[in-house]
Design a protein around this ligand. Structure first.
Ligand code: HEC
Ligand code: HEC
Length: 460
């Protein structure tokens, strides 16, 4: 009898525990639609909405987050300096926050302290790990700023041409088609090279994205387009120079970086010229520039703990809560968003895996991305492959928090990988390739329905 009792109790416990872990089985109505980041959602909708820490950090984690925050905002200076030295000799900007304004997006401009754009460069072929092949003298990124006594690698010129698009209902929207060129190179440019302009994306819910199980992301791939919706999707696999392994790419506009540690270390190295234990070589390594500044020595210019703290800071940024979830127009927009299969790429709901270290486990999240890269057509193409992502492929941008971009950016917002779109509507109209069907269906909608989708996006 006693034995049976114990078995029954144990059985009940095991059952109850397995139910706890299967949050997925609860009906949708059991969840609060505002909680885009699960428990890691912030109700802050101010200019600081992207800068909020996730809930549940313990006292030590809060200290680490705050030091990371301070370092993220910190302007770096040339070596030798007692603190935050090691900038340059060549770089794109002097602080993370200058590009990711309020942890949000950047301006599509180059060459000034509030420019949030950078230009990747490479030549035909691939390096030994399948990544972009460095352009001799320039590496894989054009550093357009430099310390006194050196020369920028080149300056980037951007010009725009108007492209009018007319809806079937007669409404016209003018898109701007960018053209990029390098000017004033410090040494001869290779005979042929490929460029990839990129504007700083908003840093929303990065830790949650890092914790989506690989199996979930791979389950979104439909290589043969079995369901016939025109959307295939591809996982990018990239080399991690720190773990020395090829891993699933998650970050960057072509899912070209495997982890937040590498993303942050590479930002310090390439964007700011600051080396660290995970990226110990100067971006100017092996170039003429390197020898011009005697105080610059390759090595770990960033203290190890600070690299870890900034990574932790980025990992523990919350996701802004959705607003206006009960508004009838937003609700209609949400339905249309699924009906015209925007959700075929901008996947609405998934669960994070287990990460006991930062409690980011088992959250039901609404990132509006599948973390895959998609062929987005000729007009968005940069023609520069990045590991498995071709010159036409881009990672589905996570749309959570998008509605607050102009608030965090001081009233203006720029969309798409190079900030060419000035409104969300322009961004949708640029969609081509695998997204053509959705884009055409969007164009066929009447104005009220189109506005409902835009209202829904603004509520994210
Ligand atoms: C010159 C502007 C610039 C600076 C400075 C900069 N970033 Fe970025 N950041 C970008 C761009 C552009 C991308 C997209 C990169 C890509 O596609 O490879 C990016 C991507 C990221 C991402 C990944 C976002 C995503 O959605 O995948 C993180 C995280 C990030 N940056 C953190 C940082 C940190 C931390 C610093 C400071 C060490 C920093 N950035 C400095 C421009 C900048
Ligand atoms: C085939 C996959 C796919 C489909 C379908 C799709 N998108 Fe996208 N979306 C993307 C990709 C990839 C990007 C990034 C493109 C770039 O940066 O050049 C993007 C970018 C965006 C952006 C800009 C985000 C930002 O912050 O820059 C918005 C807004 C957007 N999509 C909305 C929509 C809407 C609305 C629909 C339905 C009409 C839709 N998308 C359908 C893949 C898709």
């Amino acid at each position: 009898m006693k034995k049976l009792c114990i078995i029954v109790i144990l059985g009940t416990l095991v059952y109850a525990f397995s139910r706890c872990n299967k949050a997925a089985e609860l009906p949708d109505s059991a969840y609060d639609d505002r909680m885009s980041g699960g428990n890691f959602t912030t109700l802050d909708a101010s200019t600081q909405a992207y800068k909020q820490p996730i809930d549940g950090l313990n006292a030590r984690q809060t200290v680490v987050h705050n030091i990371g925050d301070g370092t993220f905002d910190q302007v770096f200076v040339a070596a030798p300096a007692p603190h935050f030295g090691g900038l340059g000799p060549i770089f794109n900007n002097i602080a993370c926050i200058n590009c990711h304004r309020n942890d949000g997006g950047g301006f599509p401009s180059t060459g000034t302290s509030n420019s949030g754009m950078l230009m990747r460069i490479s030549i035909d072929g691939a390096d030994e790990y399948g990544g972009p092949l460095a352009a001799p003298g320039f590496g894989v990124q054009v550093q357009d700023q430099c310390l006194l006594g050196t020369t920028p690698e080149a300056t980037v010129s951007i010009s725009y041409t108007d492209v009018p698009v007319t809806y079937p209902d007669g409404t016209t929207v003018t898109l701007r088609q960018p053209t990029y060129a390098l000017r004033n190179p410090y040494t001869a440019l290779p005979a042929s090279y490929m460029l990839s302009p990129r504007v700083a994306p908003r840093l929303v819910g990065m830790g949650l994205l890092e914790n989506i199980p690989e199996s979930t992301i791979l389950s979104f791939v439909d290589a043969g387009d079995a369901n016939g919706d025109g959307i295939t999707g591809k996982a990018n696999y990239v080399y991690d120079g720190y773990t020395k392994k090829t891993e699933l790419g998650r970050f960057g506009v072509k899912a070209n970086t495997p982890t937040l540690l590498m993303q942050v270390a590479t930002a310090y190295q390439q964007d700011m010229g600051v080396t660290s234990y995970a990226q110990p070589d100067e971006s100017a390594y092996d170039q003429l520039q390197m020898n011009l500044i005697s105080s610059e020595t390759p090595g770990n210019e960033l203290v190890d703990s600070l690299l870890n703290y900034v990574t932790f800071y980025v990992q523990t940024l919350a996701v802004p809560a959705r607003r206006a979830v009960t508004d009838s127009i937003c609700k209609h927009g949400a339905t249309l968003f699924t009906q015209i299969n925007c959700s075929g790429c901008h996947r609405t709901t998934m669960y994070t895996g287990v990460n006991p270290a930062i409690n980011l486990s088992s959250q039901r999240i609404h990132p509006y991305t599948d973390m895959l890269v998609h062929d987005m057509g000729d007009e968005l193409a940069d023609g520069r492959p990045d590991y498995l992502a071709t010159g036409r492929e881009w990672r589905t941008t996570p749309l959570w928090g998008i509605g607050l971009l102009s608030t965090t950016n001081g009233g203006t917002a720029y969309y798409l990988h190079d900030g060419r779109a000035r409104t969300m509507e322009e961004a949708i109209l640029w969609h081509g390739g695998e997204a053509s069907k959705s884009q055409q269906q969007f164009m066929q909608l009447n104005k009220a329905d189109r506005n409902a989708i835009l209202a829904f996006l603004s509520s994210l």
